[in-house]
Design a protein around this ligand. Sequence first.
Ligand code: SF4
Ligand code: SF4
Length: 90
Amino acid sequence: MFGPLTVKPIKSKGDKTGSWRVRLKPKYLHKNCIGCKMCILICPEGCIMGEEKNTLLPDYNYCKGCGLCAIICPKKDILMIDEESEGESK
Ligand code: SF4
Ligand code: SF4
């Protein structure tokens, strides 16, 4: 559950997220989204874009990989994946 917090911190591309980010990123599946926008509301970086259901996407330049969007999504439509392997995190 707290996998994203245990990953070794790395610096973001161009330091757009400040001095830290984790090596995970959210992958929006765009299968079961109901457009509730809970992910947008909880994102501390305000970096999730889109208006309609199944169109939301994070701006990875600013995403810290914190995983809050994936945790709060009621439809489990967001997976946290490893940036390098593109595999799902444990
Ligand atoms: S992982 Fe964190 S920073 Fe990135 S889009 Fe989700 S809530 Fe925002
Ligand atoms: S929290 Fe999940 S269901 Fe709600 S808008 Fe975001 S992706 Fe869609």
